[in-house]
Design a protein around this ligand. Structure first.
Ligand code: MN
Length: 302
């Protein structure tokens, strides 16, 4: 069964002990199985404190991040690329100290608007570095998720098909595609179909609305998306992501362009998202017995 999670930035903008407690205890209280902790600044997370709070609340954790122009592993500047490799290795090590199961996000390039397409050499370099990161992570039992995002946040992975191709190129057992409904809504011709095509290469899933606010209050077809997740037998984490100018992380909020206030009560937002997600997932798993495949004796045959 899928672990249902929530991004910490729905609760808090930083990670002091009080903030970590708010996010971890709040998520557990609402029924979530895991909390996703952003780790852009590796010095900002007290791993021992985080691990202790997670254990007290009995929920799991994952870690996410986006690289930036100073540690972009697609950079033609070898010092910048090396800084990225070192940073990713450190994040994986710290994720293990927390007890996290996954490290995911925009780790294949910087998370920024590029002004030119990615070159083949840049993508090959990214794959080479990710292969070494995966080897480090595999020794710690951590899975790596390469997040497919829209064109304004990376020039390497914008579609699920590109995500599968990069995973093939990395060629590690513990590298998977990380999809996000918010980004798919911008780039995919058909999000539900893209999930089917990704199939067992899907390892991590972000659920977010078209405007990144309350689920169901935007334009995304969540029925189709959850049905596809059920059809491929997806068993990985499903993590709710929502951002508002109400809760600000100085690095992440500006990178993601969170200028508008879409909600002010994070607890109500997260309670609703948990109910929405579990209800849609439950319904999607009931569809199989109701739908006949073409040629399997349906009305079309008559
Ligand atoms: Mn995402």
């Amino acid at each position: 069964m899928n672990k249902i999670g929530v991004h910490a930035l729905s609760w808090v903008g930083g990670w002091s002990e009080a903030e970590a407690r708010t996010a971890i205890e709040g998520s557990a209280r609402l029924g979530y199985d895991l909390v996703e902790i952003p780790m852009l600044d590796t010095s900002a997370i007290d791993t021992a404190m985080t691990r202790r709070l997670l254990q007290e609340s009995g929920i799991a954790a994952t870690v996410s991040l986006g690289l930036d122009p100073t540690n972009d592993i697609t950079s033609s500047d070898p010092d910048i690329a090396q800084r990225g490799e070192t940073h990713l290795k450190t994040v994986v090590t710290l994720a293990n100290e927390i007890g996290a199961t996954h490290v995911c996000g925009v780790i294949h390039s910087a998370m920024k608007k590029y002004m030119e397409p990615a070159t083949d050499a840049a993508i090959d370099q990214s794959a080479d570095i990710l292969r070494r990161i995966c080897a480090h992570a595999e020794g710690l039992g951590i899975e790596i998720g390469l997040e497919v995002v829209n064109r304004y946040e990376s020039n390497v992975l914008n579609t699920a098909a590109q995500g599968v191709a990069l995973c093939d190129s990395v060629g590690a057992k513990n590298v998977k595609v990380h999809l996000d409904t918010y980004h798919m809504n911008i780039e995919e011709a058909d999000s539900a179909h893209a999930i089917l095509e990704t199939g067992d290469r899907l390892g991590y899933f972000h659920i977010g609305e078209s405007h990144r606010g309350y689920l169901g209050s935007g334009s995304i077809d969540f029925d189709g998306i959850f049905r596809s997740l059920a059809r491929i037998g997806y068993g990985g984490p499903i993590v709710f992501e929502s951002f508002s100018s109400e809760v600000v992380n100085p690095q992440l909020s500006s990178m993601l362009g969170i200028w508008r206030n879409l909600w002010s009560d994070g607890e109500d937002l997260c309670r609703h998202a948990f109910q929405f997600t579990t209800a849609h997932l439950h319904a999607a798993h009931k569809v199989d017995g109701l739908v006949k495949e073409p040629g399997a004796g349906g009305a079309r045959d008559g």
